[in-house]
Design a protein around this ligand. Structure first.
Ligand code: HEC
Ligand code: HEC
Ligand code: HEC
Ligand code: HEC
Ligand code: HEC
Ligand code: HEC
Ligand code: HEC
Ligand code: HEC
Length: 465
């Protein structure tokens, strides 16, 4: 930090009101983790930390890059006038704008948007499919990701705020729901290098760690560390004794998620199972969350097969699976939530990624749930959209060499581990002859599912997710 910047920082601290007394003392600021964060980065040049655009906020001209004043203001004013943007009610955190207003109006969006950003030069941000999967879906800012509406989807920030406020994790009604998952004073870019922001996927040579674990939240933001950077915080740790297999990057059979290296067993991937399960091991059935299939059980041998439960059978072709997964490891696989889901928003229902395991889904998934009870006593002939996701890792009839893309006769009727032999086709299918109308996949495949919707005489009671 140059002298002017340091002096201004000191003045800022002296000027600061009661809450700001809690801040770091300036001596420590120079060695605090804040300066290792993407927001606090002021050196080496070109630095990339916070800096509100002086053409929009002349009062802040001269405040060095990374200075706290680019986010916090004393009584919403600096030098007597309230710097732009004005109008947000000053919060207890003395931020320059309301901490949280709605799904699409929030302090963080004042900078994290591609249009009219207060950050000098604007900010480009991407989807997880882009940063980990190296697939350019065109999404280029955070506001856009949280603006997806049905049939697309985004994580509901109001509900997240309700949820975190109800836990004893130190959040209040004033908390910002983005701060459920990110520590604004610690978070790092990934890649952690300004010249790569916006234009590049993650790189194995410049890793940084953007998230913190909600349940470890502390109002002392120095005490609330990052998640993923430390030992014991990787997918390889979560799957310890079992096996995490990194999916391919888009279009590649040699570069793997998340960072494009040849590392495959999750030693380089944040433990996103523990991270998401911090909240999703709870039931979110009913108001206000309105989810149906929670709690998600990923961590026990009685939970999901994509989690720590093993597949049925452990030898032969017990799964009909695509590379890089194989039948060699005996029902050992444990997936990361982010192998299938975006964290912010997605152009499919249920935050389902547009690109999974090396390629884009061959269609959009716009419906998931059949009407309650619609699967019994007879199946609705119905949507096979879910198959677009399954097909990124499992073999449909085309992959198995017996039929067409996104038809699923082989795995259900013909493979060595198939659940349903022939018999009375009409028990399950409408139509006639050997070409039968499809059955809605959602009747049997969701978190926690079995095939309990099948006619009782044909049910296998196998877990189907
Ligand atoms: C439920 C947890 C969660 C919430 C809530 C959340 N994020 Fe994220 N965010 C993540 C995860 C997970 C990633 C991906 C991290 C990675 O790439 O390893 C991410 C990535 C990011 C990135 C980096 C994107 C890039 O270009 O790579 C930014 C910026 C970001 N989030 C900002 C926000 C903002 C702003 C909000 C609120 C409007 C928010 N996040 C809310 C979990 C969350
Ligand atoms: C990127 C914007 C940003 C920057 C830069 C920033 N802060 Fe904050 N700070 C926030 C937000 C947002 C909150 C509120 C967190 C929440 O909603 O829980 C906050 C909260 C705080 C709090 C209250 C403690 C808490 O988290 O409950 C203190 C004290 C604080 N900041 C001090 C600082 C100091 C000192 C600096 C510079 C060394 C700084 N901040 C830089 C965004 C920022
Ligand atoms: C004053 C402008 C400003 C505000 C307000 C702001 N940020 Fe940032 N943020 C930045 C800048 C600048 C960077 C680093 C450069 C970049 O990402 O292109 C950054 C980086 C990040 C990153 C790491 C990005 C990456 O590429 O991996 C995350 C995550 C993030 N911010 C989240 C938040 C959250 C959450 C909030 C609200 C609590 C917030 N930011 C508020 C300016 C801001
Ligand atoms: C801080 C708590 C929290 C964390 C962490 C969290 N979630 Fe959520 N999630 C929620 C809440 C609350 C809802 C219900 C509101 C909604 O539907 O968005 C939800 C909803 C969802 C939904 C349903 C979305 C829809 O369209 O109805 C999916 C899918 C999901 N989360 C996946 C994830 C994944 C994947 C992660 C980890 C990257 C994650 N969540 C981390 C709180 C959290
Ligand atoms: C193999 C892909 C895949 C993986 C891996 C995965 N999910 Fe999902 N998830 C889905 C699909 C498909 C749906 C929609 C069906 C359903 O509701 O269960 C879904 C739905 C959800 C929902 C909404 C459930 C509801 O009530 O409707 C939540 C929450 C969720 N996932 C969280 C997670 C978490 C947390 C993890 C990691 C522990 C995870 N998912 C891992 C595919 C996946
Ligand atoms: C990212 C890759 C991936 C995606 C996408 C995926 N799966 Fe899987 N699935 C796997 C892996 C790997 C296993 C093996 C798990 C184990 O070893 O325990 C598996 C196992 C299963 C099993 C257990 C099979 C058995 O023999 O017990 C079922 C059922 C299943 N998946 C259904 C689905 C459905 C339905 C979808 C689409 C909604 C889907 N999967 C999407 C990777 C995936
Ligand atoms: C116990 C229930 C059940 C019975 C009985 C059954 N099937 Fe199926 N069948 C399924 C399920 C489940 C699928 C996978 C969902 C799907 O592809 O529609 C499927 C898939 C198919 C498909 C692929 C449809 C597509 O477009 O994806 C064909 C064709 C098919 N079955 C033919 C038959 C014939 C012919 C019979 C009688 C000899 C029969 N099935 C008996 C449950 C059954
Ligand atoms: C009547 C219930 C039912 C319906 C409907 C159904 N499935 Fe299945 N599915 C099963 C059962 C049972 C299994 C076998 C699980 C096992 O191997 O233990 C299975 C297995 C699978 C597998 C894993 C195959 C493997 O071993 O690798 C995939 C993928 C799959 N189904 C996709 C679909 C798709 C796509 C649809 C809709 C077109 C669909 N299913 C409809 C019951 C159903």
């Amino acid at each position: 930090m140059n002298n002017k910047g340091r002096n201004l920082l000191i003045i800022f601290f002296m000027y600061a009101g009661s809450i700001l007394l809690l801040m770091l003392c300036p001596d420590r600021a120079s060695s605090s983790p804040y300066l290792d964060s993407a927001h606090g980065n002021y050196t080496p040049l070109p630095a990339y930390g916070v800096k509100r655009d002086p053409t929009l906020v002349p009062q802040l001209d001269g405040y060095s890059r990374g200075n706290c004043a680019h986010c916090h203001e004393q009584h919403a004013s600096i030098g007597g006038a309230e710097p732009a943007p004005t109008g947000g009610s000053p919060s207890i955190y003395e931020l320059f704008y309301s901490n949280y207003v709605s799904q699409t109006d929030n302090f963080c969006y004042k900078c994290h948007t591609d249009l009219n950003s207060y950050q000098t030069g604007g900010i480009i941000n991407r989807s997880y499919s882009y940063r980990a999967g190296n697939y350019n879906d065109g999404l280029n800012d955070i506001l856009e990701a949280f603006s997806f509406t049905s049939p697309d989807s985004s994580h509901d920030l109001g509900d997240i705020r309700t949820y975190i406020t109800a836990q004893s994790w130190g959040y209040t009604n004033y908390s910002n729901p983005c701060v459920a998952c990110h520590n604004p004073h610690r978070l790092q870019g990934d890649p952690a290098n300004s010249s790569l922001y916006g234009s590049s996927p993650k790189s194995s040579t410049t890793r940084g760690w953007p998230v913190s674990l909600p349940s470890q939240h502390s109002k002392d933001n120095n005490a609330w560390g990052l998640w993923g950077d430390g030992t014991g915080e990787k997918m390889s740790d979560y799957a310890s004794g079992l096996r995490y297999q990194a999916p391919y990057r888009n279009g590649s059979t040699s570069a793997y998620e998340p960072d494009g290296s040849t590392t495959q067993l999750g030693t380089n991937l944040t433990d996103y199972a523990t991270f998401c399960q911090d909240c999703h091991s709870d039931s979110m059935t009913g108001a206000p969350y309105s989810l149906s299939n929670t709690p998600v059980d990923w961590a026990t041998s009685s939970g999901d097969k994509h989690g720590k439960r093993g597949a049925d059978a452990t030898s032969g072709n017990y799964i009909d699976i695509d590379n890089p997964y194989s039948n060699t490891y005996g029902a050992q696989y444990v997936l990361a939530c982010t192998d299938c889901h975006e964290p912010h928003g997605a152009p499919n229902v249920m935050l389902i990624r547009k690109e999974v395991n090396g390629a884009v889904l061959s269609g959009t998934i716009s419906t998931i749930t059949p009407p309650a009870g619609a699967c019994t006593p007879t199946f609705p002939s119905g949507s096979k959209e879910l198959g677009y996701l399954c097909n990124r890792c499992h073999k449909d009839d085309a992959d198995a060499g017996v039929g067409s893309a996104n038809e699923w006769q082989y795995v259900h009727h013909d493979s060595s581990d198939a659940p349903y032999g022939g018999g009375m086709c009409n028990d399950c299918h409408s139509g006639s002859g050997m070409t039968r109308n499809p059955i809605n996949c959602n009747c049997c495949h969701f978190h926690g599912s079995t095939d309990s919707a099948a006619p009782s005489s044909r049910r296998t009671n196998r877990r189907t997710f």
